[in-house]
Design a protein around this ligand. Structure first.
Ligand code: ADP
Length: 301
């Protein structure tokens, strides 16, 4: 226990010593989203001295969907954290409709970008409060409409007190898929210009996944969307797929383009389709090496 406490406190004090790098520019203006175009202009970034992503360069036209795929640790979440400005780039720039995210106010940036993440977090409160979080002035009709769009209305109606049922810790226990649909309803209601979906359909059964997928399709239509997914079937229809490996873009294109290229994406697709015996030996060796690295990292924790 002593060893463990020592490791934890070293980590906490390390964090406390870390200067807050995010500073709002004194001349920061409100972000104004018109088209919803997002541009990564030769972005390089690392949490420490080592770069984690390097020379990442792409543009998502307003309204399109960009999917990020690649092995664990490739840097997909890191790319998205820079858009939400949880960290600042070391080199290059991230721009929304031509405005550098470092030159706009943080509240206006956070208002424009909606996030549906891996662990669907609900706080202790009613279903309604959980949905209206961030859109506090919403009336009952818009809450119901958002819940319907998220395929959540039906199960909410079946809860003991409907929209007034207490959920979250100490509240009625909801399944992972139900929690996720409530957070999707929250995003629908917020109606952000740009949407970030980080592994939005993990931990649910196939039927729920289909329902969630249907609601997400509606949510992402005509809205600039970034999606990270391990299950490639969920991002197959993205306008552009970027494949990241070790922090660099190694492939880009539509699903069909990438299958034709027969590179990393095509191999990952093959694995998920169960075509394991058709994989080149080199691919399996690289995967084994990577898994060993990830396991070693996990052991350190
Ligand atoms: P992915 O989303 O593709 O799995 P991540 O962007 O989460 O990859 O991680 C990329 C690399 O950055 C990994 O090696 C990971 O250990 C490291 N990393 C992620 N978050 C942090 C952090 N907050 N501090 C230091 N290193 C991090």
């Amino acid at each position: 226990m002593y060893q463990r406490a020592r490791a934890s406190s070293a980590r906490i004090f390390g964090l406390m010593d870390e200067p807050s790098k995010l500073e709002q520019d004194r001349n920061a203006a409100e972000l104004e989203v018109t088209e919803g175009e997002v541009e990564y202009d030769d972005v390089t970034f690392g949490y420490g001295d080592e770069p984690i992503i390097e020379d990442v360069d792409f543009t998502v036209p307003g309204g399109e969907t960009l999917a990020l795929v690649g092995p664990t640790g490739a840097g997909k979440s890191t790319v998205l954290k820079l858009l939400l400005r949880m960290y600042d780039v070391d080199d290059g720039a991230v721009r929304i409709d031509g405005q550098d995210v470092r030159e706009v106010t943080l509240p206006s940036l956070r208002r424009s970008v909606g996030y549906v993440g891996q662990s669907s977090y609900l706080f202790y409160g009613t279903v309604r409060e959980n949905i209206t979080y961030g859109s506090f002035e919403a009336d009952h009709e818009s809450v119901v409409e958002a819940a319907k769009a998220a395929e959540a209305h039906e199960f909410i109606q079946n809860l003991p007190d409907g929209y007034d049922t207490m959920v979250g810790e100490r509240g009625v226990k909801l399944s992972g898929g139900q929690r996720q649909r409530i957070t999707i309803a929250r995003a629908v209601l917020k109606d952000p210009d740009i949407l970030v979906l980080d592994e939005a359909t993990s931990d649910v059964d196939t039927e729920t996944e289909m329902l969630i997928q249907r609601s997400l399709d509606r949510l992402t239509e005509d809205r600039t969307t970034f999606a990270i997914a391990h299950r490639l079937s969920t991002i197959k229809d993205a306008d552009t797929i970027l494949v990241l490996e070790d922090g660099r873009i190694v492939e880009r294109g539509t699903h069909d383009d990438l299958i034709d290229d027969d590179g990393l994406y095509a191999h990952l697709w093959g694995v998920q389709a169960g075509e394991i015996d058709q994989l080149p030996e080199e691919f399996i060796e690289r995967a084994a090496k990577r898994t060993a690295e990830v396991d070693a990292e996990t052991d350190d924790d």
